[in-house]
Design a protein. Structure first.
Lengths: 222, 80
């Protein structure tokens, strides 16, 4: 399985994502820059977290209009897996690859802590190595993770199993609607989530609950 | 040249925690009778265009494509 990591000015979790993909797949991902209008032939494209373009205008808004995101959209339409973490999730939403919007946390505070996540759908390319309903731990670090979608979109997301991760056991850190932490597109190949699974993949991180997400996507046996 | 002011505000029903915090701060400062406060953004845009209708259409496209997130925000365009 080959992967690519999208690089944009202001991202700061790119090296964590590269390290996670390298350690889990055994092969370093290729990197693509914001101005690249083509992405090499890969199975998985990851958009890491951070503060692309300083979060100017809205989180992810400028990044979503860069040439590389047109290339990501084209690859996604062909069925290539795309994962956006934190700012990467915000970029996917701004690019229209996922529905809804990510708004300022209701606390108005930046939250940096560990939360519990429920696997709301274990039947996706990204979660098949988890058990349905399983509770895992994951770090979060964001200021704008408050997921919002209009009632009709929300009904569709819930009805079609597109809510993949939910904050569990009262750990919702941002006020997101229905405790939504991560969603997938209708086609099932584009995932966005606010938590950072790439930061919990080995003992040195204090746990490896995030590892199965990458193993699922990369088709690696547990 | 045409100058325009674009105002972007949150749609009704979308929670505005920043507006709420401002509302509470104003009350705390002693401004009595402050009702709901909703915050938003203003963009002053200069356009090298003389046709007002064309400018308005362009500005609306700019709002739809970048300046506003129409999932959560409304916008208005005023040519000044």
């Amino acid at each position: 399985m080959k992967s690519a990591v999208v690089l944009l000015p202001g991202l700061n979790r790119d090296r964590d994502m590269i390290a996670a993909l390298t350690k889990i797949s055994g092969t370093p991902p290729v990197t693509v820059w914001q101005t690249d209008s083509e992405i090499p032939d890969v199975d998985l494209i990851a958009i890491p977290g951070g503060f692309s373009f300083g979060d100017y205008l809205r989180c992810g808004a400028i990044a979503a209009r860069m040439p590389v995101m047109r290339a990501v959209s084209e690859m996604a339409a062909k069925g290539v897996m795309v994962i956006g973490v934190c700012n990467g999730f915000q970029i996917l939403v701004e690019a229209g690859l996922l529905p809804g919007a990510l708004m300022r946390n209701t606390s108005l505070k930046f939250v940096c802590r560990q939360v519990k996540l429920q696997i709301a759908n274990a039947n996706t390319m990204f979660t098949r190595r988890y058990q349905p309903g399983q509770i895992i731990r994951s770090p979060v670090a964001h200021h704008d993770g408050n997921y919002f979608a209009d009632a009709e979109t929300l009904r569709r997301l819930e009805g079609e199993g597109q809510v993949v991760f939910r904050y569990a056991e009262g750990t919702n850190p941002n006020g997101s609607i229905n405790d939504i932490a991560g969603i997938i597109n209708g086609q099932g190949n584009v995932l966005g989530l606010m938590p950072h699974p790439e930061n919990l993949i080995e003992a040195a991180h204090g746990g490896s609950d995030g590892r199965a997400l990458f193993e699922s996507a990369l088709g690696i046996a547990a | 040249m045409i100058k325009a002011r674009i105002t972007v505000t949150l749609k009704n029903g979308v929670l505005d925690p920043q507006g709420k915090a401002i509302e509470h701060a104003l009350s705390g400062m002693g401004f009595d009778g402050v009702g709901q406060v909703r915050q938003g953004k203003v963009f002053d845009v200069e356009l090298a265009e003389s046709d007002k209708a064309k400018a308005e259409a362009d500005l609306k496209a700019m709002c739809d494509k970048l300046l506003a997130n129409t999932v959560i925000e409304n916008y208005s365009v005023a040519i000044t």
